[in-house]
Design a protein around this ligand. Structure first.
Ligand code: ADP
Ligand code: MG
Length: 678
């Protein structure tokens, strides 16, 4: 198997120059090359007759070049035309901005083109999106792969290389499935699969190949998770057995009665904590369903059993808020709660690190600052990760590595289907809070065009004057640039404060403020001194001010569904009617759809499904989710069935048989050791 990892530079027909081109595609060895699967196919088996071409339709035509013509448009665009003829008629094929074609396509050649048909009968043109000059090597194959290329590397060259390596290297490619399993699930051999994914014999062979390779990827991903988890799996893990009556005390003094769903998940968590098997539980619950209290009760159990607990949140604002509410919950008990974030002053930080190491602190709430290397615990028994989708796998794992195998509770308001959760996270258990605290009214959501934006501000004025309401106004998300976000927020803030809301207290919050400034402004908003809070997306997750009842999002079309739902989740947390205004002019069909779906439903589970389908799983998690962006064949939205099969298979396989695969797995998922930044 080793020679699969051999540098492609030494392959026949590939030298240092070519191998540089391949590097740009992320292809370094034979293994990568085999997994460099086609992005599409070119099917020459059944071309359209030129006579039957119709304006506006997509067509594929095979014909002989009768003449060519290169020209330049007035705007300086290069245009290349070729007249193509088959036995039914002729059509003009048109290419834009590919001046080099004059050296490739010439009269007398047989070529194959596909693209969109334009014009009227008798004067039809075909705007070429793919083309192929037929020559001896490719003439006898009907379906040709279309690969992602890079400068200097042509389809033809890449196909020739593939044709060479497939027969040579596939025989030694590891086959990880037994004959029985392949029969049971109707799966083809791995070699057949690779061959037919690159050069399908026919449609049926392609489908079988795709099924096998998609499953192969899912399975490898599962195996990689298991191997990793096995490595960190302790012989035994902390067991939480209460030694004090802290938990009973907490229950007695809860500020409200738990919903049935909250009580159930607390129970599930407590059972896990009492066993010597490490808890690895995902708690899913829509925004506002009350996950924080569940986490607090779990931490109470840890502390009562003589351990420390840690809770990590993705933003400083959220960490601060958790620190406040958790301190409040434990105020009447003898429990020391501390906070640690990136803005904790050095002196204080040193003291906290010492107190954590010596056990003087029972509970610590913080940001990624909690996973810094110098930080050590005296006895960490439980690690909670809030809004886990905002963290990378590595970061989650790092908190879990602190202490002696603490139990893990990860929480999210971005729910995903069960099979997918299992596929993505491995052997974790899922708890769901499927009930909202009583008395909540559904947030009324309205999509508003920019031209009507003023009406929203008028509404906010009236609500503030007549009902003492409070509002968030969230500013455009400017792609990739925190600085631009800030400028947009400051501009809007100045405008609102000087004009529309000149007699109302308006505040501004954004990521660049110092921690103390952020705290101050949040405090003033909580106390109702600030009525309108203009903000960047720093308040996106977790922020809890029940008195706030209006959320207005400016340029709402720039936000994804999950984000909009999170933002909307900042209101509707009290008993009063809340409103959410999504202001914007979507430019795309998808953008429009998103805003309309938001109007229709408040259900985060439904929205997450839509989001997953609209964006695809890779985008949904971004590159933060390790390994997922390396799936080249499998589709986490569409391949539900295959995910189920991979779940079944993983249980049947003996993992220790797969130690030899470690290299192979590392290769497959190597380019994904991203750590999410924030
Ligand atoms: P999320 O699940 O979004 O993290 P939070 O934990 O922030 O939700 O809770 C949302 C709000 O609901 C908070 O103000 C919290 O105090 C309140 N809350 C949580 N559980 C209950 C309950 N059982 N009854 C009444 N209010 C509750
Ligand atoms: Mg929360």
């Amino acid at each position: 198997m080793e020679h699969l990892f051999q540098d492609i530079q030494y392959l026949k027909g590939i030298g240092p120059k070519r191998s540089q081109q391949f590097k740009r595609l992320g292809v370094e060895n034979i293994f990568d090359l085999l997994w460099h699967v086609p992005r599409a196919y070119f099917n020459r088996g059944n071309p359209d007759k030129i006579r039957s071409l119709i304006h506006g339709e997509f067509a594929a035509v095979r014909g002989v070049v009768k003449g060519t013509h290169a020209s330049r448009s007035r705007r300086g665009m290069n245009i290349f035309k070729a007249i193509l003829q088959d036995d039914s008629g002729a059509v003009t094929a048109v290419w834009f901005n590919q001046p080099f074609l004059a050296g490739i396509i010439s009269s007398g050649q047989e070529i194959f083109v596909s693209g969109k048909v334009k014009g009227s009968p008798g004067a039809l043109e075909l705007n070429v999106s793919e083309y192929e000059v037929l020559d001896e090597t490719s003439q006898h194959i009907d379906v040709l792969p279309i690969y992602i290329l890079t400068e200097g590397l042509s389809q033809k060259a890449l196909r020739a290389i593939m044709m060479n390596i497939l027969p040579e290297y596939l025989p030694s490619y590891p086959e990880i499935l037994s004959k029985d399993i392949k029969e049971e699930y109707d799966l083809c051999d791995i070699a057949f699969a690779f061959y037919n994914l690159h050069f399908p014999q026919d449609g049926k062979a392609y489908l079988r190949a795709r099924k096998r390779l998609a499953l192969e990827e899912l399975l490898l991903f599962q195996i990689s998770l298991r191997l990793e988890q096995a490595k960190s799996k302790p012989q035994s893990c902390v067991v939480h057995l209460e030694k004090t009556n802290l938990v009973q005390e907490m229950w007695k003094k809860l500020p409200f009665e738990l919903t049935a769903a909250q009580a159930r998940v607390v129970d599930e968590i407590y059972q896990d904590m009492e066993t010597p098997c490490r808890m690895n539980r995902l708690l899913q619950g829509d925004v506002g369903s009350g996950k924080t209290i569940v986490a607090a009760l779990a931490m109470a159990k840890a502390v009562s059993s003589g351990f420390q607990a840690a809770m990590m949140a993705p933003t400083e604002i959220l960490a601060e808020q958790h620190y406040m509410s958790i301190s409040r919950l434990f105020a009447h008990c003898d429990v020391v709660v501390a906070r640690l974030t990136g803005s904790t002053p050095p002196g204080e930080r040193r003291m906290i690190l010492e107190a954590l190491a010596s056990g003087q602190i029972d509970i610590v709430v913080g940001t990624q600052a909690l996973i810094q290397e110098e930080l050590g615990f005296w006895r960490l028994g439980l690690a909670v990760i809030d809004e886990q989708h905002r963290f990378g796998v590595k970061q989650r794992a790092l908190l879990g590595l602190k202490g002696d195998m603490p139990d893990l509770l990860v929480m999210t308001a971005t729910p995903i289907p069960r099979t997918l959760a299992l596929t993505v996270y491995g052997d974790l258990l899922v708890s769901i809070i499927d009930e909202m605290p009583p008395g909540r009214k559904a947030v009324k959501t309205k999509f508003i065009r920019n031209s009507d934006g003023e009406k929203v501000y008028d509404f906010i004025r009236t609500q503030i004057h007549d009902h003492g309401a409070q509002a968030y106004i969230v500013c455009p998300l400017v792609e990739e640039s925190e600085k631009q976000d800030l400028i947009a927020a400051v501009t809007l803030y100045d405008e609102l404060r000087n004009n529309i809301f000149s007699d109302i207290q308006v505040g501004l919050i954004h990521g660049r403020l110092k921690q103390a400034e952020k705290e101050l402004i949040m405090e003033r908003f909580k106390r109702g001194e600030v009525k309108v809070l203009v903000s960047t997306t720093v308040i996106e997750v977790g922020v809890d001010v029940p008195e706030a009842t209006i959320m207005a999002v400016v340029h709402a079309e720039r936000f994804g569904l999950s984000q909009l739902h999170q933002l909307r989740g900042r209101v509707g947390r009290g008993k009063k009617q809340s409103y959410c205004f999504l202001i914007g002019d979507p430019h795309t069909e998808d953008g429009y759809k998103r805003l309309k779906i938001m109007e229709k439903t408040n259900d985060g589970f439904i929205l997450a499904q839509h989001d997953l389908i609209i964006r695809g799983a890779g985008e949904f998690w971004g590159v933060k989710q390790h390994g997922l962006n390396q799936l080249k064949v499998a589709n986490l939205v569409k391949d539900q069935k295959l995910m189920e099969i991979s779940q079944c298979l993983i249980k049947k396989l003996n993992l220790s048989d797969y130690d030899y695969l470690e290299r192979y797995i590392n290769e497959k998922f190597k380019k994904n050791q991203h750590i999410a930044g924030n």
